[in-house]
Design a protein around this ligand. Structure first.
Ligand code: KG4
Ligand code: ZN
Length: 341
C-alpha cells in the first residue's frame, strides 16, 4: 500500500527554534516552509521564552505560505500532523494549540507525532531527488542539538532504542566547544568549516568510558575546555591562532564516539542499512567517514538532503502519514509532551 494513500495533510513543527509547516499528498512533498529565529544568536543558545513568542508570531504566516506554495486551499486538507514532543513546552504549545484549533474548525482528524521518531523517518519524504529509501528494519542514528540516539527502526511505529547519550547531545558538544573558542551559535557548522583545514591529531582529548551502546559527550567538552585554558595560559591568543586544529580535534573526537557506536550497532544486530538524521548529519566529516566505512564494510547508507536533516515539518508530515495509515489519530484535547521515548 502506498504511504499516505493519496491523503493530503498539513504538518506543523514547533519543538525548538524553527517554526515550520509542510503539505504532503501521500509521501510526496508539496511544500516545505521553515522560519528560523535569529533572536537567540546573541544569547549563545535557545532562550525558551523568546522561542515561544517567535513561534506565535510565525505560525500563521508559515502555515499560509505552506498552503500557498502547495497551491491548495485549507478545505482540501484531509488531516493535520503536529509535533507533540519532545521539545520546549512553550514552543510545543504554540504548534499543538494551532493544530487543535485548525483541525476543529475544518472538522478533520489530527495526529500527534513524536519529533525523534520523525527524524528517523525523514528518509521516506518523496521529492524530485528520487533517492533510494531504506527497507525496514534499518538502523538510524539521530544526531542533533537536542538528541543523540541510535535506534533500530523495525517499522514506522516500532523503534527499538539501542543507545542514547547519557548527558549532552552531540550537537551540544559541537556548540559548547565552539562557544569555548569564541565562535557564534550554533557552532556546529563553523567547527565543520574550520576542521577541514585542521589536523585532527594535533591534540588529544579524553575518551568517555561508557558501557554498551550509550554515549557521553560531557567529558569531551570538559577535556576540550581544559585544553583551551591550558593553551591560553601558555600563550594568550593561541586558541584563535590554532582554531583549525582545535576544531578538527573536537570534531574527530565526537565522530569517533558516534561512528564507534554505529559499528557496534551493525555488529550486534546484523543490520547493514545505516541511516542518519538530525542537524549534525550535515557535518561533512561525518558524511565522509560514514561513507568510507560503509564502502569498506559493504553497508548501505541513507542520508536525507540537508533540509530534511535539520528540524522541519516535512518529516512530521511523513511520520503523520504512517500513523494515519495505521489508523491512528489523536483526540482534539491532546497536550504537548516535553519528553517522550
Ligand atoms: O536538528 P537540528 O536542526 O535541531 C535540533 O537540535 O533538534 O540540529 C541543530 C544542531 C546544532 O547543534 C548545530 O550545531 C548542529 O546541529 N549542526 C552541525 C552542523 N550543522 C548543524 N554540527 C556539526 N556540523 C555541522 N555541519
Ligand atoms: Zn530535531
Amino acid at each position: 500500500m502506498p504511504i499516505g494513500e493519496g491523503r493530503t495533510i498539513l504538518a506543523i513543527e514547533s519543538s525548538c527554534d524553527e517554526t515550520a509547516a509542510a503539505v504532503l499528498t501521500g509521501d510526496e512533498l508539496r511544500s516545505n516552509v521553515i522560519a528560523g529565529q535569529d533572536v537567540h544568536a546573541r544569547w549563545g543558545g535557545v532562550v525558551p521564552e523568546l522561542a515561544s513568542r517567535a513561534h506565535q508570531e510565525n505560525i500563521v504566516p508559515v502555515v499560509h505560505q505552506a498552503l500557498e506554495d502547495a497551491g491548495i486551499d485549507r478545505h482540501e486538507l484531509d488531516a493535520i500532523a503536529f509535533t507533540q514532543g519532545p521539545g520546549l513546552m512553550g514552543a510545543l504549545l504554540v504548534g499543538t494549540c494551532f493544530a487543535r484549533s485548525m483541525a476543529r474548525s475544518l472538522e478533520i482528524p489530527m495526529v500527534a507525532v513524536d519529533h525523534i521518531r520523525a527524524h528517523a523517518l525523514a528518509h521516506f519524504i518523496k521529492d524530485a531527488t528520487h533517492r533510494p529509501v531504506p527497507v525496514f528494519p534499518y538502523l538510524n542514528l539521530t544526531v542533533s542539538g537536542g538528541h543523540t540516539l541510535i535506534v533500530v527502526v523495525h517499522a514506522a511505529d516500532r523503534m527499538e532504542v539501542l543507545g542514547t547519550t547519557l548527558d549532552d547531545a552531540a550537537g551540544e558538544a559541537f556548540d559548547k566547544g565552539a562557544k569555548l573558542m569564541g565562535l557564534p551559535y550554533p557552532g556546529g557548522p563553523e567547527i565543520d568549516r574550520l576542521a577541514s583545514a585542521g589536523d585532527p591529531k594535533a591534540f588529544r582529548l579524553s575518551k568517555p568510558r561508557v558501557e554498551g551502546m550509550d554515549m557521553s559527550f560531557s567529558g569531551v567538552k570538559s577535556s576540550f575546555r581544559q585544553l583551551c585554558l591550558k593553551l591560553e595560559g601558555e600563550r594568550p591568543g593561541s586558541v584563535a591562532l590554532q582554531k583549525n586544529d582545535l576544531a578538527a580535534v573536537l570534531q574527530h573526537t565526537i565522530l569517533n564516539i558516534l561512528l564507534g557506536r554505529v559499528e557496534m550497532a551493525v555488529e550486534s544486530t546484523g543490520i547493514t542499512q545505516v541511516a542518519i538524521s538530525g542537524g549534525v548529519s550535515a557535518n561533512s566529516g561525518l558524511r565522509a567517514r560514514l561513507s568510507q566505512l560503509a564502502e569498506r564494510k559493504g553497508w548501505s547508507v541513507f542520508i536525507p538532503p540537508m533540509v530534511y536533516c535539520t528540524d522541519n515539518a516535512a518529516m512530521i508530515g511523513i511520520a503523520g502519514q504512517f500513523l494515519l495509515d495505521a489508523g491512528i489519530t489523536s483526540p482534539l484535547d491532546t497536550v504537548p509532551l516535553a519528553r517522550t521515548l
